[in-house]
Ligand binder design. Structure first.
Ligand code: EPU
Length: 429
């Protein structure tokens, strides 16, 4: 497994471009299963998670072309197989996003139940409850979820859960309801920008979905969906990671394709920490070019992760890395995945002063971090460790960076282009 070797202490300077959103692209690709014709997506990042979904879609009868220019064309050519096998699902939990589209279009879907995950328990009960409410018969057999329905029937469904709503669950049920008979009203759904992006694609395909981005979505079912052409939204988590990376290296970065509109909670906390993000007046709020500067002294803050538009759990590890160098005590509380703290002991290996109590971590700022070999555990934890390595004194080796390759397009190359000293060490070395 590849590793990153980082020599810390360089100030990053220059311009980086944020890629298309992985978490939007995955369910957008799955939505193409419902189209009678070709779906063309633009700005689909070249990532290993995307490659896994391409494999899955191919196994489900799609012809998929992903060009070097990041356009992707998906066309269903054979509806004979509707089983998403364990071999692919275990590599990528987000494979569950084919469940709703397959059931809606083909009247049946079998998806291997996703297993354990380093960020904590990730049940799919709300996905299944929602599809059952639409009239699907659901059985679990041999670790596989089998869903069947002759014709789904619109209804009113409550989609809340103990940790808020569910992003992929909302998308699954919304997609299936797009071709159900009659009207479906989904209450307490996820408001994340990725839900809105999928609703926009489905509407471009002929669906009638209203209210995406708010807690209530209304869907008037249609008979069938056509092909469409759609550009994937910019990756708000990558953008947030770049802003925090500029701050932790005391750098001076221009960030292009930055969806500031989706980052209000993070920008609010960053402002309090002393990180200023300059957004030009009149900029496109979904694709702005912003500049980041930061005070030398970082202020401590309190942060609670929440469903959108709250502070995203997917930026928790990165902001923790930044706060390890703040001047005082910060508190982070994780309300989405209370156990998403595998990076805590790794940051501690680099000299961070962290004290965890259940879902909260107190971060006592230190004067400096020191380089060390550390282990990446999941995608965002890995990003936090890379950030810490860039700011640390000396050399840091982040092992198992395949986690990063799942979700950050060419992170090492982008970092190098703005002055970081980072090298990819292939597993064979
Ligand atoms: N939950 C339930 N029941 C369900 C589904 C979820 O209780 O049926 C709980 C989860 O355990 C969690 C909370 O609800 O506590 C939110 O989970 P959600 O279902 O929203 O997560 P997801 O849709 O599986 C997406 C992103 C994650 C991101 C979460 C939360 C994709 C591919 N993944 O996952 O992204 O952390 O939403 O915002 O969109 C990442 O990119 O690193 C990543 C993990």
């Amino acid at each position: 497994m590849d590793a990153f070797r980082i020599q810390g202490g360089r100030r990053l300077k220059g311009t980086v471009r944020v890629s298309g959103s992985k978490n939007a692209a995955l369910p957008l690709m799955a939505a193409a299963l419902m189209a009678e014709d070709t779906v063309k997506l633009q700005d689909v990042p070249r990532l290993s998670d995307i490659a896994h979904l391409v494999m899955l879609l191919e196994s489900l009868g799609c012809d998929v072309k992903h060009g070097e220019d990041r356009t992707m064309e998906i066309k269903v050519v054979d509806e004979g197989n509707s089983l998403a096998e364990y071999d692919i699902v275990r590599k990528m939990r987000a494979s569950i996003c084919v469940l709703g589209p397959l059931l809606g279009k083909r009247g049946e879907a079998s998806v291997s139940m996703p297993g354990g995950c380093p960020i904590g328990d990730r049940p799919v009960d709300i996905h299944l409850r929602g599809l059952q409410a639409l009239g699907a018969d659901i059985e679990l057999e041999g670790g596989i979820i089998h869903a069947r329905a002759k014709k789904l029937q619109g209804t009113r469904i409550f989609m809340g859960g103990p940790f808020g709503s569910t992003v992929l669950g909302t998308i699954n049920v919304m997609s299936a309801a797009a071709v159900a008979k009659g009207t479906t009203v989904l209450e307490q759904v996820a408001c994340e920008p990725e839900v809105v992006d999928v609703a926009n694609l489905l509407n471009a395909m002929g669906a009638s979905i209203h209210g995406a981005g708010s807690p209530r979505i209304t869907i008037d079912g249609v008979e069938s969906l056509t092909g469409a052409d759609h550009r994937v939204i910019a990756d708000r988590i990558e953008a947030g990671t770049w802003i925090m990376t500029a701050a932790i290296t005391n750098g001076d970065l221009q960030i292009e394709n930055c969806p500031v509109d989706c980052l209000m909670a993070a920008l609010d906390r960053l402002d309090e920490i002393g990180v200023s993000v300059d957004i030009p007046t009149g900029a496109d709020a979904m694709r702005a070019t912003v500049s980041v500067g930061s005070a030398r002294r970082l202020e401590p803050v309190f942060i609670t992760t929440q469903p959108h538009p709250g502070f995203p759990t997917d930026l928790q590890a990165q902001i923790m890395a930044l706060l390890t160098l703040a001047d005082g005590n910060s508190m982070i509380t994780e309300k989405i995945f209370p156990d998403r703290y595998m990076h805590v002991p790794e940051l501690a290996r680099m000299g961070a002063n962290l004290y965890r109590q259940g879902p909260s971590v107190m971060v006592s700022g230190v004067k400096k971090l020191v380089g060390a070999p550390v282990m990446a555990s999941d995608l965002r934890a890995s990003a936090g460790l890379v950030m810490a390595g860039l700011a640390a004194k000396g050399q840091t080796t982040v092992n198992r960076v395949y986690h990063i390759d799942r979700g950050y397009e060419k992170l090492d190359e982008k970092l190098k282009s703005v002055g970081a000293e980072i090298e990819r060490i292939p597993s064979s070395a």
